[in-house]
Design a binder for this molecule. Structure first.
Ligand code: ADP
Length: 446
């Protein structure tokens, strides 16, 4: 097992990884940008290294600085968290070349899955259904003909996409070319990669994803599903497991498909296979997230498996400690993402000083956060300040605990998404398990 791990991230996930290290008796080295210099969680690390100025492009995204930080602190492994360099195959390769263990999947698998359009081909190779769609769109193609054969509405997607960027819904041919060029431009500026493709736009789907975990010995298991249908602008706000009203045979087929797909690329470590489920309960693969996800604690609560600790164990060469049949799903877990955003101002980011922080607690509540009273949320990064989770035997009880926890949680000085979560948890259609990906926009904000 490792003695020291460098945590190449910030905020709640950095703290989450530091805690997993300490649970395993491993020292954790935290890195920080100048904007995070005063972050309280840094005091929990065994060592810290400043990696540059506030903008991520000059700190958390600079491969050489992270490698140097690992080298000067004698860290044997790097945990990338999510976002930043976590899905960067080149970073995983440089770690390997520097004899530092990258706590994640092999770079070869990341390369095959990192590109959405290429990942679709992998899914098809594995016999997993994909959303009807096209290859990368090239200027000499009959683009209008392709859209027509898929059938409107279609969705233009950036192959390098993430965070909902580079996506455009097109409802009729007259808007097609303009939407493609604006999606290309957005993808080019966000990812330096303007390649786009087309998918059938599925009407009011649910987003259901399957957690997978594998070791280097070739053992691969799934840890059941999470429903992440409650989104705003294609960004998840609420996640839960089990997926409400999902027939058990559909769930089983999705879990089997996810493992098959992962096996096709020689996957190990934690990862997530994302699917859309249409109103007839047909499922379609959309992408793989080759890293730990924000919503991983939902799965930890319903399976009792600590995914971050398992990632570290398998990276050190250990075999998985359980077979598929030993992974039991029980109860219901729900997560609300508490973002520093103002729901009354179109979810504008709301960084600044937290003057009061009275967290929720008590039976059935887990709170993953790096925030405390007196903490200043920097404007430089994503706005997630806390993940409020509940775990109860049934969904009805989990919803009641979440309502109670949201009402206990008091944050002052910044705006947060707490009020919108309270509305979601009280909405009769959500309570009935009838959420879908555009529900919040249509039913709550529309
Ligand atoms: P990103 O990587 O940018 O998050 P994803 O491919 O994971 O993009 O899709 C994000 C969300 O966009 C999905 O959860 C879903 O809400 C919506 N979406 C993606 N593809 C489709 C589609 N073909 N039809 C309808 N909605 C889609």
């Amino acid at each position: 097992m490792f003695k020291r791990i460098l945590v190449a991230n910030r905020g709640e996930i950095a703290l989450r990884v530091i805690r997993a290290c300490h649970d395993l008796g491993i020292e954790a080295v935290a890195v920080y940008s100048e904007a995070d210099r005063d972050a309280p969680y840094l005091a929990l690390a065994d060592d810290t290294v400043c990696i540059g100025p506030g903008p991520a492009i000059e700190s958390y995204l600079v491969v050489n600085r992270l490698i140097a930080a690992a080298e000067v602190t004698n860290s044997e492994a790097i945990h990338p968290g999510y976002g930043f360099l976590s899905e960067n195959a080149r970073f995983a390769e440089v770690c390997r070349e520097s004899a530092i263990e990258f706590i994640g999947p092999p770079p070869e698998a990341m390369l095959r899955l990192g590109d959405k359009n290429a990942a679709r081909a992998v899914a098809q190779e594995a016999g997993v259904p994909v959303v009807p769609g096209s290859n990368i769109l090239e200027p000499d193609m009959d683009i209008a003909g392709i859209a027509k054969s898929i059938g409107y509405p279609v969705l233009i997607k950036a192959s390098a996409g993430g965070g909902g960027r580079g996506m455009r819904v097109v409802r009729e041919e007259s808007a097609l070319l303009a939407s493609i060029s604006s999606a290309r431009q957005e993808a080019e500026s966000a990812f330096k990669d303007g390649r786009v493709y087309m998918e059938k736009y599925i009407d009011r789907p649910r987003h259901v994803e399957v957690q997978i975990l594998g070791d280097r010995q070739g053992n691969l298991v799934h840890l059941y599903e999470r429903d992440c249908s409650m989104q705003r602008r294609h960004q998840k706000l609420v996640e839960e497991s089990p997926a409400p009203r999902l027939p058990v045979e559909v769930r089983d087929a999705m879990c089997t498909a996810a493992v098959k797909l992962a096996r096709t690329v020689g996957y190990y470590s934690a990862g997530t296979c994302e699917f859309l489920v249409d109103q007839e309960n047909r499922f379609y693969f959309i992408e793989v997230n080759a890293r730990i996800q924000v919503e991983h604690p939902v799965t930890e609560l319903v399976t009792g498996v600590d995914l971050v600790r398992e990632q570290i164990r398998v990276a050190s060469g250990e075999s998985l400690r359980f077979a598929q049949k030993e992974i039991v799903h029980r109860g219901c877990a729900i997560e609300c993402r508490i973002n520093a955003e103002d729901p009354t101002q179109n979810f504008r980011p709301s960084p600044g000083l937290i003057t009061r922080w009275q967290p929720a607690g008590g039976p059935g509540v887990r709170l993953d956060t790096h925030a405390v009273a007196g903490y200043r949320v920097p404007p430089n990064y994503d706005s997630l300040v806390a993940k409020l989770l509940v775990f109860q035997p049934t969904r009805e009880e989990a919803l009641a605990t979440m309502r109670r926890a949201l009402s206990e949680f008091v944050v002052e000085g910044i705006h947060t998404t707490i009020p919108i979560h309270a509305r979601i948890m009280n909405h009769p259609e959500f309570i009935a398990g009838r959420g879908y990906t555009t529900f919040i926009e249509r039913e709550l904000l529309g």
